[in-house]
Design a protein around this ligand. Structure first.
Ligand SMILES: [Zn+2]
Length: 67
């Protein structure tokens, strides 16, 4: 669902950004390798409130079954 309006200040300019590197989402139980994915965040251009966050490539996050 696309966010149209900031829930904090009502501003309608919502920007999208990407988090990657150290903040990448990785599986909870992973051993080695690059299994993470970037995060896409939608945030208000006025107050900076983060309104939505999603994993860019869920397929890249390889899960092992829990221990
Ligand atoms: Zn705002």
């Amino acid at each position: 669902m696309e966010i149209k309006k900031c829930t904090m200040c009502g501003c309608e300019k919502i920007k999208k950004g990407k988090i990657h590197g150290m903040a990448a989402v990785v599986p909870l139980y992973y051993r080695t390798g690059m299994f993470g994915s970037a995060l896409i965040v939608s945030f208000c251009s006025k107050c900076g409130e983060v309104l939505d966050m999603k994993v860019a490539n869920p397929d890249k996050v390889k899960y092992q079954n829990e221990k």
